[in-house]
Design a protein around this ligand. Structure first.
Ligand code: ADP
Ligand code: ZN
Length: 329
């Protein structure tokens, strides 16, 4: 964190800096970040909102935009998103909107944000009708990942991020599965970020290859929705990956050993994959997904650990995948 100001000054002219953070991360790291920014010549102010997904809404977004205006931010100034995915999404969207775009530096403090949401430029807030419905693609000028901050992250939040790490292992890089618990977290994060960078560079706006990053997410989102978001994202994605891998094996599309490797990697990270919903309940939520635009659906199918493929299927076929896969959780 001590280097953040210097690093930011390398890409943004030191002017006004708005540190956006939540009530937990504020107590831990915002003073350190503010001191580092001031030392590098930035004039830092901060906007703190209550921690939790509930804050990721249009009302917090508007308060933040008003705060930026009251702080007399101009186009040359910079937003610093210090926190997990909620902070990154909200601050990123505000940075994209204010004066049609100001500088943005992401400083992820959760494993999930480090390997996933801080990279790739997706920003959003939730609407009453669903998650992430109001958003924009807006690339940060810089992502500073200080892995020391992960030392204070609650274990359950760390596990949450591990689900995404395992996802990267499955879609691109089998070696990642053996790294969890054996290699320094910096190394694991770099490897995941490199994969995400390559995929996003090839398909920034999520029209093709980027959808590979949804491995485990189609059914995972259905589980999250059914639970009223009481099941954490990581556990839901973990179960979603198991469902998809089980179904793919039963259909003869995936190497049979993959399921054991997936389950033991998830277990090692403390991720449970029990699902207490029927396939009919889960499928209903997929049918009512407001983001779905046609009667076909793209699924990410594992072929083996390290290789996934995108296929488009009818809703009936997707239902069959879900039915077959649920047997495996
Ligand atoms: P995610 O990255 O999983 O979307 P959130 O932004 O929802 O994460 O953050 C998850 C929780 O962890 C929040 O309560 C947040 O305040 C807290 N948090 C984030 N980073 C840290 C950290 N480094 N140490 C302690 N708590 C943190
Ligand atoms: Zn995810």
């Amino acid at each position: 964190m001590a280097k953040a100001g210097r690093l930011a000054a390398g890409v943004r002219r030191p002017g006004r800096a708005v540190i956006v953070t939540d009530s937990n991360v504020d107590l831990l790291y915002s003073d350190k970040l503010a001191a580092s920014l001031r030392e590098a010549g930035f004039d830092a102010v901060k906007f703190v909102f209550p921690a939790g997904e509930k804050s990721k809404n249009a009302s917090t977004l508007l308060s933040l935009l008003n705060f930026m205006a009251e702080s007399r931010l101009t186009r040359i100034d910079t937003v610093f998103a210090l926190g997990g995915g909620v902070v990154g999404d909200l601050a990123g969207l505000a940075a994209s909107l204010y004066m049609r775009g100001v500088g943005l530096v992401q400083l992820p403090t959760t494993l999930l944000a480090a390997v996933d949401s801080s990279v790739g430029g997706k920003t959003a807030v939730d609407l009453p009708a669903g998650k992430n419905l109001m958003g924009a693609f807006y690339q940060p000028d810089l992502v500073i990942c200080d892995t020391d901050t992960l030392g204070t992250l609650p274990e359950a939040e760390f596990s949450n991020g591990c689900a995404e790490v395992i996802k990267y292992g499955f879609i691109r890089d089998a070696a990642i599965l053996n790294m969890l618990g054996n290699r320094p977290v910096d190394e694991i994060i770099s490897r995941c970020v490199a994969i995400k960078r390559d995929i996003v560079t090839a398909d920034e706006h999520d029209r093709g290859e980027r959808q590979l990053l949804n491995f485990g997410h189609t059914f995972g989102h259905a589980i999250e929705t059914c639970s009223g978001y009481t099941i954490p994202h990581g556990s839901a994605v973990a179960a979603g990956m198991v469902i998809m891998t089980t179904a793919a094996i039963k259909k003869g599309l995936c190497d049979a050993g993959s399921l054991g490797l997936l389950k033991s990697a998830l277990r090692a990270c403390g991720l449970s994959v029990e699902v207490h919903y029927t396939y009919a309940e889960l499928f209903d939520t997929i049918l009512s997904d407001k983001k779905r635009s046609s009667d076909r659906i793209k699924l990410v199918i594992p072929r083996r650990v390290g290789l996934c493929e995108l296929i488009e299927v009818s809703l009936n076929e997707a239902r069959e995948f879900l039915r077959l896969g649920l047997g495996g959780t």
